[in-house]
Design a protein around this ligand. Sequence first.
Ligand SMILES: [Zn+2]
Ligand SMILES: [Zn+2]
Length: 645
Amino acid sequence: MDTIEITLPDGAKREVSSGTTPAEIARQISRGLAKEALVARVDGQLWDLSRPLDQNTSLAILTPKDPEAIQVLRHSAAHLLAAAVIELFPGVKLGIGPPIDNGFFYEFLRAEPFTSQDLERIENKMRELASQDIPNERKLLPKPEALKLYRESQQEFKCELVGEKATEPMVSFYTTGKFVDFCRGPHIPSTGRIKAFKLTNVAGAYWKGQEGNPQMQRIYAVCFYSQAELDEYLHKLEEAKRRDHRKLGPELDLFSIQDEAGPGLIFWHPKGGLIRKLVEDWLRDELLRRGYDLVFTPHVMRLDLWKTSGHTGYYRDNMFSPIEIEKADYQLKPMNCPGHILIYKAHLRSYRELPLRFAELGTVYRYERSGVLHGLLRVRGFTQDDAHIFCRPDQIESEVEACVDFAFAVMKTFGFDRYEVELSVWDAAHPENYAGKPEDWNRATAALADTLERMKIQYKRIEGEAAFYGPKIDVKLIDAIGRPWQLTTVQFDFNLPARFGLEYVGEDGARHQPLMVHRALLGSIERFFGILIEHYAGAFPAWLAPVQASVLPLSEKFSEYAKSVEAKLRDVGIRVHVDDRNEKLQAKIRDAQLQKIPYMLIVGGKEAESSSVSVRHRTKGDLGPQPLDQFIASLRAEIENKTIH
Ligand SMILES: [Zn+2]
Ligand SMILES: [Zn+2]
């Protein structure tokens, strides 16, 4: 018999007879590996463990530790779903069934909709078939026979797929017991490894996604290796739902979007407005402390300005239509940059003035399609915490470092301690696709990378991902439940200074072009607010809470003392509210909890006599009686220090 040479990932070579399967090699290596194995990788391609090898190859045996293996498990679980549906509903027609993020779906054509009881029955049938540990077997059929098989079983969608997708004379199939599926594979060896899944929902989808085609029912599922992973994922989904800012916004009376006014436009209610003020105040103070100048620019400017900037070219699709006044076209601003450039150009600048850092809480308007609008996260009008830095080449390192330092101050202040950083650079092989000179790109990219390295910040470098006008750093923060959110961008621009002919007089007396950096830390105030709401699930730290303490008198008898407590707190700037409704204490506590007010101060006879309050915290519960002055001092310190808990 012929022998072939197998090269394993560690470089070790093995001589085996032709026709040996990866499963057999796994068994030769170790029993543990054979038990864990799900699929193989042969010369870079995923391959069934039971599929014979017939030539010299490199081979890796994949287990749950290999990231590629999970999608194979999910794909096999999709087949298991179809197998269960075919058993329970023999007349259904099969569509496609791919793995997706966190799970899989399979689509079916059936006159009646699948109900939640149906899903339960299907799930039980899947568990039954999984426990039988049925092998997934690969078979080959000549194409005409494959078509005949599907025609006879009246699976016309599958006929269509075989007709279109099968390019070889022999077509590969996978069987799971009685279930047969036209499929390229590969699959895990048998159904027994599918242990942790849950059918989540049914959604309609046109066959092949084309309107007018038959409407399929997609059964969606989530699937992991273990029940613990599945539970964690489902818990995270629940948490995301609980934290959804679109739900908490109205519940806490923070903001609204009014159909009467139009989609994607935000109304900040008093409580949301107060939080916005606190965020903006902190930001403005920091801007001034860090050497920025605050500027304001108009919301509409001549369309010609946007021609000069180039936005009417590459950015047109994201802009509102122009407005005509006195035979001139005006444009609602989609960006703040040209406005800041005009301020720069108002004087001839000297090298001594640089760097100039113009900052604005600048409201911009962008045309987002109604289909992509999403609460506070994707809107049509929003306020950026925007700034543009104009500097000399010798200043870029320190400017970039200051931007990154500022971004980290934002994260720390608002209670985020996990983040990811990305550096997007150009594709150096194609300088013709980019604005600016290669030496500008190299210097700016090096400044960005060196700064991150000097500050010991881990980052991912992404080649060819930069915009045509310059390299950038993106900072994504990770919220309380592990979701990443794009926040800060520090972006070089080699395009606008040239388009607007920006200059400064150098030390040599000659005219030079300054470097320009766009940077936004929070991104948009609206979006940042959405992220804050979800990160804190609406329970803002005391310094950001719209109401910091609620005074709850035990009965009307104590309302006078309650009012005096309120006055004392208000005097020192604490945001306080007295709940003097004629309600039971329990009801008042429940409502304060629902409003996520950090402190509840319960007052009755004992407290009035001793000038104290009984303190209850929204998460720590009953903290017992405290002298009023002592409570005020500790809450003031908590606010002052912007304590996060
Ligand atoms: Zn398949
Ligand atoms: Zn800009």
